[in-house]
Write a protein that binds this ligand. Structure first.
Ligand SMILES: Cc1cc2nc3c(=O)[nH]c(=O)nc-3n(C[C@H](O)[C@H](O)[C@H](O)COP(=O)(O)OP(=O)(O)OC[C@H]3O[C@@H](n4cnc5c(N)ncnc54)[C@H](O)[C@@H]3O)c2cc1C
Length: 382
């Protein structure tokens, strides 16, 4: 049986970063992945992800984001890949909406640079956007987008270059742990290590069933449109990323035009998708859902949903409170878990890699993980 210091299960967003950080600390690392490198069957594909520092979800995420930005810059440098475009971002809604008020609260709490814009100012600065008179926007210059597939590839390349063994098309069928070691079984063999890191994305309900966490996997569609008049008015120097709330609890978001004339503009709803599983998800895109997102944007970003180009399904793995699950497995001291990213995890990929390496090797991390305790859903937890 082959023996390693640490085995990482799942080489998507989080697992590829964990493998990189563990290998960078000189450990013998084995990474095991069900599909190929940077595949499109999980949660880390579709060409773009929003990144921002103002965080309406909770100000407690901000220190992690600041570190993530540093690590992203280092990864770009070390990999030579283009991973990040800080084209700016605007969070729009009524002044008391979660999107606006929550972003404002986190900015003020952490002293993050931002501008509050009224509807007329939004229309003047970003002519593609047509807010209602009562709507306002928080503009953050340092918001923008990151590239999911390129980031996964960059982390996998760095992990390999630093000596990690990465095996693809090799699903894990079982893992066990004792006080002295972990064992992982796949169709091709059995491996052992001193520690295990599990980053299963939407496969968490099966691979981490023993956590007892009520995950809900959600189908989401990323829609790509050719705007009326082409992409030129939507290039990143003119069009920031946006998150737009309204009516209450509906958030739609979008990106600038990327990847040339055929790349189009990506838009999507945040949350509200159908409950699914990785085995049963409907990967086809229905005409009614294309029509629904186009209609929702018609008054807000008129012309963006000109011609439908293509769509791509993706999965959120939601927890009840929509906060992540990161920490030691409560039942196994040498197993660390990272899952339940609830549709907003990608911008944290580099810092989660660092945290998982800290936890797997030392049992502790300097990063604040208070929101993410894997035990918080259990009745016994105070
Ligand atoms: C449509 C959409 C839009 C999003 N937009 C944003 C955004 O704008 N900003 C943002 O920050 N976040 C966003 N997210 C969320 C973010 O992309 C995810 O939180 C993040 O990608 C999760 O990474 P992961 O590593 O947990 O999952 P994944 O990347 O899916 O990785 C899990 C990996 O585990 C592998 N695996 C599972 N089971 C096994 C097994 N038994 N054996 C071997 N391998 C296994 C899988 O094949 C997969 O590669 C979005 C997500 C979606 C779906």
């Amino acid at each position: 049986m082959e023996t390693y210091d640490v085995i990482v299960i799942g080489l998507g967003g989080m697992g590829s970063a964990a493998a990189h950080h563990l290998a960078a600390r000189g450990r013998r690392v084995l990474g095991l992945e069900r599909f190929g490198p940077a595949h499109d069957q999980g949660a880390s594909h579709g060409g773009s992800r929003i990144t921002r520092q103002t965080y309406f979800e909770d100000p407690a995420y901000v220190p992690l984001l600041l570190r993530s930005y540093e690590l992203w810059a280092a990864l770009e440098r070390d990999s030579g890949r283009d991973l990040m475009d800080l084209c700016g971002g605007i969070m729009i809604g009524s002044p008391d909406s979660l999107t606006v008020a929550g972003s404002r609260r986190s900015s003020e709490q952490w002293g993050l640079p931002h501008e509050m814009l009224d509807a007329a100012e939004i229309r003047r600065r970003f002519p593609n956007l047509r807010p209602q008179p009562h709507e306002v926007g928080l503009y953050e210059r340092k918001a923008g987008l990151v590239r999911p597939e390129e980031t996964v590839r960059a982390n996998l390349d760095r992990a390999s270059a630093l000596g990690a063994s990465l095996r693809f098309e090799e699903p894990v069928t079982e893992w066990t742990s004792s006080s002295s070691a972990v064992q992982v079984r796949t169709a091709r063999g059995t491996y052992s290590a001193g520690a295990l890191v599990i980053c299963p994305g939407p496969w968490a309900p099966s691979l981490l069933a023993d956590l007892g966490i009520p995950f809900s996997v959600e189908r989401q569609v990323q829609f790509f449109f050719q705007p009326v008049g082409g992409v030129s008015a939507y290039l990143p120097d003119r069009q920031p990323i946006f998150i737009w709330e309204g009516p209450p609890e509906t958030q739609v978001y979008g990106f600038p035009a990327l990847d040339g004339p055929s790349g189009g503009v990506k838009v999507a709803f945040f949350r509200g998708g159908e409950v699914t599983t990785p085995e049963t998800i409907d990967r086809s895109i229905r005409p009614d859902e294309i029509a629904a997102v186009a209609a929702h944007l018609a008054d807000r970003v008129p012309g963006v949903a000109g011609t439908y180009l293509r769509g791509k399904t993706c999965m959120y793995t939601n927890t009840l409170d929509t906060h992540f699950v990161i920490g030691r497995h409560p039942g196994h001291a040498n197993v660390t878990v990272a899952c339940g990213f609830s549709g907003h995890g990608f911008k944290f990929v580099p810092v989660v890699g660092e945290i998982l390496a800290d936890l797997a090797l030392t049992g502790a991390t300097r990063h604040p993980l208070g929101l993410f305790d894997p035990r918080r859903f259990s009745d016994a937890h105070p």
